[in-house]
Design a protein around this ligand. Sequence first.
Ligand SMILES: [Zn+2]
Length: 80
Amino acid sequence: MTRESICPLCKGTMGPGKTTFTVDFGSGLVVFRNVPADVCQQCGEAWLSDSVASSVEKIVQEARSGQREFEVVNLSAKAA
Ligand SMILES: [Zn+2]
C-alpha cells in the first residue's frame, strides 16, 4: 500500500476511520454505515479504498435491480 495520508482537498492529515454515507440511485436509497475509510482529521472528508468502493457499488446495483426503495447496510458486519 502506497496510500497518501494527506487529504487532497485541504492537505489535512488522513487517518483510518469509519464513515456513513447515502447513495441515492433515483428509484431508491441505500444508507451505508460503518464504512471503513480514510477520514481527514481536518475537514472530515472520507475516502474509500477501491475494494470498499466496489463492494458499495455492487450493493447499490443489487438494490436497484431488486427494486428496493430503502436499505441500510452495515458494512462492518459484512467485512471479512
Ligand atoms: Zn481534508
